[in-house]
Design a protein around this ligand. Structure first.
Ligand SMILES: Nc1ncnc2c1ncn2[C@@H]1O[C@H](COP(=O)(O)OP(=O)(O)OP(=O)(O)O)[C@@H](O)[C@H]1O
Length: 623
């Protein structure tokens, strides 16, 4: 038997010993050399396939851990309560020698005691930030709720309080001490760029509710827009879908791709806010300012959209004290009315009333899908520790108490409180452990990806598919002059890039743009029939946005299709030729790649969320 094999080997002329998948372009290359190279190549192919399998085994674990993390976070937020109230105290507003008097406010970690006229009154909140608290301290407590927004829940963070007590300071911050909004955006980007398991798209809108009207703060300022835009920005109306989802007609919604860009938009919005001078604050906000970050994530089960509302409420004020007259007084009255409506809504939600009075103000109407079931609400009540502000401080704390009413009515025992805290601490530890393991998995996946890339670099970067496409058939492996050319050009990852992500992750088309692209004429038709004072402006913006995103998506799909045709053709040839060399490996690779690239195509066709608004304008191209 051995003899016969040996003799057959001896008898076989060198040329016929070559693999059908190998072309010798240099006549001087001896077949043994070629065989050795072929062996190396197959070895590399096999290593790549092992590495790819390694990634495939890590990914389910990653998903499983992520699910466990979400569940633990949900439990924490449930234990803490879906509507929470913090209180931030600042030094007295008035400059009247306040240091000489004893401050009327004493703070504990979850309680504020106000002493007045010989009596003391205690108010419980979820967390108190004393005067010396920093922006970091506040953000640390806020941060977990942001994770909840990334997990798909609607989240609402509101700054409430007497005028001049630091609401804008907490939300916006000042130079060198950024507030919650910029920090939250930065944190979202940090988390999103870290998480390679799900593609996210973020977009941003800003509006103010000013004396009962809604104004778009991000409306573009190009001269051609000016007249229409001025009308438009103060005449937005609220639309509520049958499932309760809320949208604001014609509100500018910009896709944000990184923190810097988002910050530029945020600065633009801040500049457009209505502020004026009052006795207590030189730049008093005369409106409620709402920043909305829309988070869309695409996973195997479809698209999930959540909203993060960051709200700097107008100051609650005693009109006499602020010295407001005329327009400023009207603004103050409007602010007070809508704050009272907000208190009613939150209180009704806490008491699980069947009727929630959302429609009593524009503010509560806008936030109606982000205050109720499944949403997380955080209200930061601001107070001044000055004696002169005692009246307002008591009002604000009573408001806080009302918002927390149900829980504070049945004060839980110390024992139960301790148990709850232990449980929360355990869950937090669990989350930390999970995040540590997730981080290791992410690193491992990244390392493996890099290794795959390194292995691939052993193949020169020629693109054999181009020649195939042009009718010059090419064998999958070309060995000549010591060169090794990769025959299977497209890996799972590059296929994914071509089809799904020809731009950076955040540049992926948004739900709305994709929806518009598919719904096409239907969308513009709907917008045209919508009642809007600046209808022509809205139409223009929408169609402009549609054309841009439509062209972008269509060209991507065309490229993807062409690449797939090339890819499949090459794989078929490669498979036929290489099956003889190493059938198992090759068939496995090619089938894998093919099915995964098919998946990418269907993935690039988004699973549309029908309830999403079709009228939002995307202006990222204007930046
Ligand atoms: N905790 C704080 N530490 C330092 N400075 C603060 C703090 N809180 C507020 N300030 C400063 O006090 C001034 C008034 O604060 P801010 O404008 O944030 O109040 P506000 O509650 O938003 O008022 P309004 O309701 O009138 O808009 C600002 O100059 C702000 O920088």
């Amino acid at each position: 038997m051995e003899d016969s094999l040996e003799s057959s080997n001896r008898e076989t002329p060198p040329s016929s010993k070559s693999s059908p998948g190998v072309v010798y372009t240099d006549v001087n290359i001896v077949p043994e050399h070629a065989n050795a190279k072929e062996g190396i190549l197959l070895n590399i192919e096999s290593t790549i396939s092992t590495l790819q399998e390694e990634i495939l085994t890590l990914q389910p674990r990653q998903r499983c851990l992520d699910k466990q993390r979400r569940e633990a976070l949900d439990k924490i937020l449930d234990l803490k309560g879906s509507i929470r109230v913090f209180c931030r105290v600042r030094s007295p507003l008035s400059t009247n020698n306040w240091r000489l008097r004893s401050p009327p406010i004493f703070v504990e970690s979850e309680k504020i005691i106000v002493g007045s006229a010989g009596t003391k009154k205690g108010f419980s909140v979820d967390r108190v930030f004393a005067q010396e608290s920093t922006q970091d301290d506040v953000f640390m407590e806020v941060e977990p709720i942001l994770r909840s927004a990334l997990d798909g829940n609607n989240v609402c963070i509101l700054a409430y309080g007497q005028t001049g007590t630091g609401k804008t300071y907490t939300m916006e911050g000042v130079n060198g001490e950024p507030g919650i909004v910029p920090r939250a955006i930065e944190e979202l980007f940090r988390r999103v760029s870290h998480d390679n398991s799900v593609p996210y798209t973020l977009s941003m809108s800003m509006l103010e509710v000013y004396v009962g009207s809604i104004r778009d703060l991000l409306v573009p300022k190009q001269p051609s827009f000016r007249t229409a835009a001025l009308v438009h920005r103060s005449n937005l109306s609220i639309l509520t879908a049958s499932n309760g989802a809320v949208e604001i007609e014609g509100l500018t919604d910009v896709e944000i791709t990184d923190f810097k860009q988002a910050n530029r938009w945020y600065s633009r919005g801040k500049r457009a806010r209505s502020t004026s001078w009052t006795n207590v604050n030189e730049t008093s906000s005369r409106s409620h300012c709402l920043t909305r970050i829309t988070i869309s994530q695409t996973s195997g089960v479809g698209e999930r959209v959540s909203k993060l509302w960051l709200v700097d409420l107008g100051g609650s004020e005693r009109l006499l004290k602020t010295g407001a007259t005329g327009q400023t007084m009207d603004e103050g009255k409007a602010i007070n009315l809508s704050l009272s409506a907000l208190g009613d809504v939150i209180s009704a939600l806490k008491r699980k009333r069947s009727h929630i009075p959302y429609r009593n103000s524009k503010l509560t109407q806008i936030l109606s899908d982000s205050l109720g079931d499944g949403s997380k609400v955080l209200m930061i009540v601001h107070i001044s520790s000055g004696e002169d502000d005692l009246g307002e401080t008591l009002c604000s704390l009573s408001f806080a108490q009302r918002v927390r009413s149900v829980e504070s009515n049945r004060e839980i025992s110390e024992d139960l409180k301790r148990q709850k805290q232990t449980c929360i601490a355990e869950l937090e530890q669990q989350i930390n452990d999970i995040e540590e393991e997730l981080e290791n998995i992410r690193k491992q996946i990244k390392r493996t990806h890099n290794l795959i890339q390194e292995k691939k670099q052993l193949f020169p970067p020629n693109d054999p598919t181009i020649e195939d496409h042009e009718g010059s058939p090419r064998s999958p492996l070309v060995i000549g002059h010591g060169e090794i050319t990769e025959s299977l050009p497209t890996t799972e990852k590059t296929a994914k890039k071509t089809v799904c992500r020809s731009g950076p992750r955040f540049m992926a088309s948004t739900v709305c743009s994709r929806q518009r692209q598919i719904a096409g004429g239907e969308v513009s038709g709907k917008i045209r029939t919508a009642k809007s004072v600046s209808r022509s402006n809205a139409d223009f913006s929408v169609s402009q946005s549609f054309n841009l995103s439509g062209r972008y998506v269509i060209s991507n799909l065309k490229n993807a299709k062409t690449n797939l045709v090339k890819f499949e053709g090459t794989i078929a040839k490669g498979r036929d030729l290489l099956l003889k060399c190493k059938p198992d490996n090759m068939s496995h690779n090619s089938i894998d790649s093919k099915s995964s690239s098919n998946k990418k195509v269907s993935k690039s066709h988004p699973n549309l969320k029908a309830t999403l608004p079709k009228h939002r304008r995307r202006m990222s191209d204007l930046l």
